[in-house]
Design a protein around this ligand. Structure first.
Ligand code: FES
Length: 100
């Protein structure tokens, strides 16, 4: 793992998510109750979670509405034990950094 700058610090609006491609990985960064990052690709049919609707810690996949916890990566519906990879995020003066 190594820290990488992915964006300027205001690149993700409060209450929103945005997808970044880092080393070929699609990662969603959410600005909701702090910053959280997890793999952006839904395990159902590869929808991007980044534009999904947020309700507290839960994001809804825009394609068919499966739900994930943005802090743990855990899928909340249908299949037990599925977890997307999460990443540490740090917001510094000069940008948003991910440990990828
Ligand atoms: S692709 Fe995410 S719910 Fe279908």
């Amino acid at each position: 793992m190594a820290w990488k700058k992915v964006a300027e610090k205001d690149a993700v609006a409060p209450g929103k998510g945005r997808e970044f491609v880092v080393d070929g990985k699609r990662i969603a960064v959410f600005n909701q109750d702090g910053f959280h990052a997890l793999d952006s690709v839904c395990v159902h049919q590869d929808g991007s979670l980044a534009p999904g609707k947020l309700d507290g810690d839960i994001v809804e996949c825009p394609l068919h509405f499966w739900h994930y916890n943005i802090k743990t990566g855990e899928l909340m519906d249908y299949i037990k034990g599925v977890k997307l990879q999460t990443y540490n995020v740090e917001v510094k003066k000069d940008g948003i950094y991910l440990d990828v």
